[in-house]
Design a protein around this ligand. Structure first.
Ligand code: GLY
Length: 573
């Protein structure tokens, strides 16, 4: 019996998307509105969009493994979740086989060969913010199709044709958009029209979008058919590549046929770290997420968070001070490892992270301008989406993928029906100049031809006693790392079930600006007063993170946590 489990609480969506899925064997009962934490023996899918979760479950039911389901969900999201699901963006995958083999795939976008360090600065050397955020120049060379081809080639079981087909059906026959999507698309109507003078399926010329309006994307269906027939060549060469390059020429972008043909996804060694007897397997650079996550865990491990309590003043203070130091390191030391010697070993050293916390003072906040990045010896709209999958055999996939901003650069490739990313804004366009998430950077993340821009995406898998324990990830720009971190400690330190851990209110600090961003009701008023008295500047904001996660219980079943901040859906069977 399959059950669909939908969180009850809905919040205004942030500019991010996450989905996780674990799959058992399923059947749809249509029990929407039920909270999660039910046990499923065969599998589960948790994703940001119900249609994508259904696609994943169906692939698993057909005998596909977690990677087959992941590829199908990635393509489905490109259709049903165009604000972040994509073929015009990029992402990361962390994989753990049922036997414990681990791997990580980097399909992050790259700068074009013609990109240059100062390409977003004016004559006076100041950043022209819109240039890295909107329009053709904001787009990096997409990596998602290459990533899916590579993942499927290495681990897939079903045919490529089978895993791409569900997305083609959704694009060709259409799907009913959600209320949230209708409102977003209506809000973007003017901007989409201005940027896409040739039109796009996302613009409704006849009327306004309504909840349950049918969105049919014929051009996107044709592009997906080419990808289905020709694999990576269906996207990086031929008609689609021609359309991308023509689009670049129309809008003065940089991407060339050579950029597209030369793009390759890269297998990397995952980062691992230990925390209170659990092993965390996570994404290495080009993401900053994995290193920062392990640094945060190492920084707080000496402290009795459980005794202090969830989001008590002491717990928040220690976590904020750890975050301040870790994000200072991120700004200085992290970038594309193919271009910059990331001091990974030292940043992941337990003593290093403990020492970083040594100057923290219980009586007052450490001002961020007093925290510099650690000295390393030698050189070594928050819109994204995450999904996690576990298949019948226990193989697990954790993927986070993005266009960067909501609907990316807003540029739809004429004739090809998909949006291009605005990932170039994730580079440090000038040392110390904040990007759209307020993150700063320097040399390590400076723009260079063919370089990948630094990311915060943190797809992760946690083991306990050598067995799969948790699959987790989230969208959220700079808050991705701290949301994944809090979800993990909510389970490990505060003994929450996975749905509660995902739904729990969160907070975030990123060194600069020196503010603690807090979701409403995340910290009780007494704790907040104590923190303010010590000099912490608490700023209340909208939802933080949108985590979709799966946990394996002691008795071997799976439970899903679908974030109530969005339309996320867990389906188990
Ligand atoms: N575009 C957000 C990130 O990759 O961190």
């Amino acid at each position: 019996m399959q059950k669909i489990i939908k969180p009850l609480i809905k919040f205004k969506i942030t500019s991010i998307l996450v989905f996780s899925f674990v799959v058992f064997t399923s059947c749809v009962t249509g029990q929407l509105g039920k909270r999660n934490n039910e046990d499923f023996k065969n599998g589960m899918v948790v994703s940001a969009h119900p249609e994508a979760s259904k696609v994943g479950i169906e692939i698993l039911k057909k005998g596909g493994n977690a990677v087959d389901a992941a590829v199908a969900v990635q393509f489905a999201l490109a259709v049903v979740y165009p604000n972040a699901g994509n073929i015009g963006g990029g992402g990361f995958m962390v994989y753990r086989s049922a036997k414990g083999e681990v791997n990580a795939l980097d399909f992050r976008e790259k700068a074009s060969a013609a990109a240059s360090r100062d390409m977003y600065l004016d004559a006076a050397g100041n950043p022209i913010v819109e240039k890295s955020l909107y329009g053709h120049l904001a787009a990096g060379v997409p990596g998602s199709v290459a990533g899916m081809v590579e993942a499927h080639k290495k681990y897939g079981k079903l045919s490529w044709k089978e895993v791409v087909q569900p997305a083609i059906d959704l694009a060709e026959k259409g799907f009913e958009i959600t209320k949230r999507q209708a409102s977003e698309l209506n809000g973007l109507h003017r901007k989409l029209m201005d940027i896409n003078v040739n039109g796009t399926a996302l613009v409704n010329l006849e009327s306004t979008w309504q909840e349950r309006s049918l969105l049919i994307q014929t051009e996107l269906a044709n592009t997906l058919k080419l990808i289905q027939q020709k694999g990576r060549a269906g996207f990086y060469e031929g008609a689609v590549a021609d359309a991308i390059v023509a689009e670049m020429q129309r809008g003065k972008g940089l991407m060339t046929k050579e950029d597209l043909k030369n793009y390759r996804a890269v297998w990397r060694k995952p980062i691992t770290g230990n925390y209170r007897g659990y092993k965390v397997i996570t994404m290495p650079p080009t993401s900053s997420g994995g290193i920062a996550l392990i640094q945060l865990l190492q920084s707080v491990e000496p402290y009795p968070l459980n005794r202090w309590g969830h989001n008590s003043d002491s717990t928040v203070q220690v976590i904020v001070e750890a975050e301040r130091r870790v994000y200072a390191d991120r700004a200085t030391h992290l970038g594309d490892p193919d271009f910059y010697n990331v001091p990974q070993k030292q940043l992941l050293n337990l003593d290093y992270n403990k020492k970083r916390m040594a100057d923290f003072n219980w009586s007052a906040a450490t001002p961020s301008d007093k925290v510099l990045a650690g000295v390393i010896k030698g050189k070594e709209s928050e819109e994204t989406t995450h999904f996690s999958i576990v298949d019948h055999d226990g193989n697990a996939v954790s993927i986070t993928t993005t266009l960067n901003g909501s609907y990316g650069s807003l540029v739809a490739v004429k004739g090809a029906g998909f949006l291009l990313n605005n990932e170039m804004d994730d580079f440090s366009v000038k040392p110390g100049a904040p990007n759209m998430y307020g993150l700063v950077g320097g040399e390590a993340n400076a723009i260079a031809p063919n370089k990948r821009m630094l990311s915060s995406m943190t797809p992760s898998i946690v083991e306990k006693d050598g067995q799969l324990f948790m699959v987790v990830g989230t969208p959220g720009g700079s808050t991705i790392i701290t949301s994944v971190f809090q979800t993990i400690i909510n389970v490990i330190d505060f003994n929450m079930d996975i749905q509660s851990a995902v739904a729990a209110k969160k907070f975030h600090h990123q060194w600069l600006p020196d503010e603690v961003y807090v979701e409403k009701d995340a910290i009780d008023s007494l704790a907040a007063e104590k923190l303010k008295a010590k000099g912490y500047n608490l700023l209340y904001r909208g939802p933080i993170g949108r985590v979709d996660a799966i946990i394996k219980t002691k008795w071997g079943s799976y439970q899903g946590g679908a974030d109530p901040r969005g339309d996320d859906l867990a389906i188990g069977y």
